[in-house]
Design a protein around this ligand. Structure first.
Ligand code: ADP
Ligand code: MG
Length: 432
């Protein structure tokens, strides 16, 4: 019942143009990689074997994945919308380097709202008498790019009367972000409905050919903006998820692609030889991808994990401890990292986490504007995200694109958390 503006920075933030271009240049490679992982049953099985033993949420997703494969995939068109996030790590000599924080393969958000932020920052700069600088801000329209991917998947599904279903949360705070993408679809004469898992449980059904119907309406594409954290699910919602995954509808993402975005998979990708195995014959893509990796370490039971745990406990400020969760606010740092890891170092529970080198960007000064918060100048760090969109029909990639960017900036005292967590603000890169 209350509308607040989304948090944003007063001024755009400087971003090194070489790193910005590097992030765009590697996005199609990441699209290919995520898609390859999602089709590689053995890789997902081996990689997540230790995690599913201790993490119930990943285990439940994995069970659905296995069941759907055993029944045989009804879906033949695949749509991926992801966002690869980076920070600019400041090396010993002060040169910043692009380092990936994570890749989000489900419900990657803010493509809609951020399609408007360049206009906001352009106006602020003009009001400050900086028209020349304002004209240098790059246009950015991820909502259109994401919608083009959804529209392509809808077209390949091949039923004029079928709809696109946005699967949304019970209480949806970020509705306007989603409406930006939705409106792009209406503009292309594609019908959109918004439903919750609960609606699917009550009114969803499959016909003999596993076509998905909601209230008698055929659904061509299911775009998940929900379903990525345990609290999104009760027993009924899990049943609804299974129904959707068994259907012929294009899921964005299908459950295998969601699993490809887990932190455990990210960590295994950094092992020597893994990228080469997943992307055979694509040596240049492998090099571009690997250049963005920070140090990532497995805490699996065994000698390797023992050593890693000891290393992190001895020097906790150099690392981040990450569970298999999304949405911000779950990672552990510093003293807390040390305490938790000491408690679980001899227990299999530690395998539900991965360890990562802590990225240390050079802070800059900005003002963060947030509803009901005092306006203050803060020392800030930024995280750059690039949206990726791809569509595959059977074995053939029919679309593979970078669809725009997102810059989020937060005060340095917040180690974790993004815009949705109430910490970061929407920003615009000012290339230098
Ligand atoms: P989530 O899935 O919760 O978004 P992330 O891996 O993106 O998990 O981490 C959440 C936040 O924590 C990031 O937005 C970033 O601010 C911070 N963070 C994550 N990994 C690192 C890292 N290796 N170094 C520094 N900060 C990090
Ligand atoms: Mg994140």
């Amino acid at each position: 019942q209350v509308v607040n503006y989304a948090p944003f920075t007063l001024l755009p933030s400087a971003v090194p143009s070489v790193l910005f271009e590097q992030a765009y240049a590697v996005q199609q490679d990441f699209n290919l990689l995520v898609d390859a992982i999602s089709q590689n049953k053995e890789f997902l099985e081996d990689t997540l074997a230790s995690t599913v033993k201790v993490d119930d949420f990943t285990a439940q997703l994995f069970r659905i994945h296995v069941q759907v494969l055993e029944e045989g995939l009804a879906q033949s068109v695949f749509l991926g919308i992801n966002r690869s996030d980076y920070m600019f790590d400041c090396g010993v000599d002060g040169t910043p380097a692009l380092k990936q924080i994570e890749i989000n393969t489900i419900a990657a958000s803010f493509g809609g709202l951020t399609s408007r932020t360049a206009a906001v920052h352009g106006q602020v700069l003009k009001m400050l008498g900086k028209s020349k600088e304002a004209s240098r801000l790059l246009p950015n329209n991820p909502s259109k790019g994401l919608a083009l991917g959804i529209a392509k998947a809808w077209e390949l599904y091949g039923s004029q009367s079928a709809v696109v279903m946005f699967l949304v949360e019970e209480v949806q705070r970020n509705i306007f972000d989603q409406r930006c993408v939705e409106n792009e679809l209406w503009n292309r004469n594609i019908r959109v409905i918004r439903k919750r898992f609960r609606d699917v449980f009550e009114k969803g059904s499959l016909d003999d050919a596993k076509r998905l119907y909601m209230d008698g309406q055929e659904v061509a594409v299911v775009y998940y903006r929900e379903g990525y954290v345990p609290k999104n699910y009760d027993q009924q919602n899990w049943e609804a998820r299974l129904l959707l995954e068994r259907s012929r509808a294009v899921k964005c993402p299908d459950i295998a692609t969601q699993l490809a975005g887990t932190k455990k998979v990210q960590q295994e990708l950094s092992r020597p030889g893994t990228l080469e195995r997943l992307l055979p014959g694509r040596a240049e893509a492998v090099t571009r991808i690997r250049a963005t990796f920070a140090g990532l370490y497995s805490l699996d039971v065994g000698e390797e994990g023992d050593k890693i745990a000891a290393m992190a406990i001895a020097d906790p400020d150099q690392f981040v401890l990450k569970p298999q969760r999304e949405g911000g606010g779950n990672n552990l740092y510093g003293e807390e990292l040390r305490q938790v890891l000491e408690k679980i170092r001899d227990s299999p529970e530690r395998t539900s986490y991965i360890l990562m080198d802590k990225i240390k960007p050079q802070p800059t000064i900005n003002y963060l504007l947030r509803a009901h918060s005092p306006l203050q100048v803060s020392e800030c760090i930024s995280e750059l995200g690039i949206f990726g969109v791809y569509v595959r029909q059977g074995k053939e990639m029919v679309m593979n694109k970078a669809a725009g960017h997102l810059l989020r900036t937060k005060a340095i005292e917040h180690a974790d958390g993004g815009v949705a967590a109430g910490v970061a603000g929407l920003d615009t890169p000012y290339l230098v």
